[in-house]
Write a protein that binds this ligand. Sequence first.
Ligand code: AMP
Length: 299
Amino acid sequence: MRAWVREHRRRARRIGLVPTMGCLHTGHLSLVELAQRHAEAVVLSLFVNPMQFGPNEDFANYPRDLESDQRLCAKAGVAAIFCPSAESLYAVGHSTFVEETRFARGFCGDRRPGHFKGVATIVAKLFNIVQPDLAVFGQKDAQQTRVIRQMARDLDFPVEIMAGPIVREADGLAMSSRNRYLNGEERRQAICLSRALETAALRVAAGEHETVALVAAMRGQIAGAPLARVDYLEIVDDATFEPTATLQRPALALLAVFVGRTRLIDNALLTPTGTMHAAPGGPGNARPITGTASPANLR
Ligand code: AMP
């Protein structure tokens, strides 16, 4: 990887990085496309990072499909795949970690202790190895993207962080490698997440700005799916990630829901005007969905 980076740097090519855990889907490929619009050579990393999984989480079962990933990367024009082994990345005796302490609190940070420490550490390592000019993350993992932006800023990584909008299935379910875990009935009920976000958007468009009411409406949607159980469901200020009682500025509806044994996350930006954005993204990435909020807004 270092030799590849040296060669591309020598030719003054802008390098883009898309970090993933593999089992690629259209959501990942949309990030590659975004990176390719801003960089001449895009590296996609494939690494199921053991450090970001808790002891009772799905590290061992996490879906892996290297052949399919390689095919999709070739088709997408990815310049290099970086697919290190855990042994090569974490040498015996590894004892240094990166921890962001503001945005990594709450939500997935509380529910998955150590998760964002694992994420920040691996992303810092990838930045050091690949030395990208820009790196693209998904708004699907809104809190993760926020943590990484902050880490890059605080630790002076010379990397531009961009965010790509959430790519969804036709019925609204946010694409995720973990959707593979769902059986037929769970898959059908999994649309309760995007339905809940649509409900919130519709309520906001109709003039409801109290988050208590919006959260209750979203919980009502999830309650309608017997196989679903809320892990967390909150509305936070988009800039600060602090809870907000009334929508005065753009806010993020964040939710994590177990469907059967599979934990899914999703989010949507709610703006008090009734305009909803699929994702705030980085500069030029926002895909505003204007007009009255309708269920189609999330698709
Ligand atoms: P993962 O392989 O799940 O760790 O995801 C790798 C990157 O792809 C992260 O930056 C995710 O936020 C992003 N991503 C995952 N799912 C989607 C999606 N449905 N749409 C857009 N980006 C996504």
